[in-house]
Design a protein around this ligand. Structure first.
Ligand code: URA
Length: 170
């Protein structure tokens, strides 16, 4: 029933996180798209199918991890979320991070990295290295929707995910 930002006027469903509430690994995406808004589940569309492959590439499953978005309601027409919308939704994101208390958070795309790390640094600066926030190690990588448009960048995401896999094995 949230009406903390204007997205409530156009959303169909609030899309909370889903997956293993006890996960070591949590992914933070951007915002629900059309299919997510209809189904009330995060990452069920084409970007979600690629995210599932990325998770499986490090030997894990969607069921083992937790997946949530920076903004829980769909921005109309999939426009970028506004700073006020991200700020209005941050308490929900923080609460989900606190409840799951993962060892590693992987942020997908610029908006997730900037919200989780509370920074305005561009994704080009944040990607590919470890950060610390919310009692977890944070790896910033590209968003799977960006990879669908620019598959040439898959290699960087693979390198980032190998770091995540290696750290989780320790
Ligand atoms: N679907 C989501 O749930 N989040 C995204 O960031 C993209 C697609």
């Amino acid at each position: 029933a949230c009406e903390r930002c204007p997205l409530f006027k156009t959303r169909t469903k609030v899309v909370f996180g889903s997956g293993n509430a006890d996960a070591d690994l949590m992914f933070v995406g951007e915002a629900p798209g059309r299919e997510e808004d209809e189904q009330g589940q995060p990452f069920v569309g084409s970007a979600g199918k690629l995210l599932t492959k990325i998770i499986e590439a490090i030997g894990m499953t969607r069921e083992e991890v937790y997946v949530v978005n920076t903004v829980l309601c769909r921005p109309p027409g999939n426009r970028n979320p506004e700073p006020e919308e991200i700020a209005a939704c941050r308490p929900f994101l923080e609460e989900q991070i606190r409840l799951v208390s993962p060892r590693v958070i992987v942020t997908l795309g610029a908006f997730a990295a900037q919200s989780v790390l509370e920074t305005v640094e561009p994704i080009s600066q944040l990607r590919g290295r470890w950060h610390a926030a919310h009692g977890a190690r944070v790896m910033a990588t590209f968003h799977p929707a960006f990879l669908l448009r620019s598959p040439g960048h898959k290699r960087e995401v693979w390198e980032d995910m190998q770091k995540v896999r290696d750290y989780l094995a320790t």
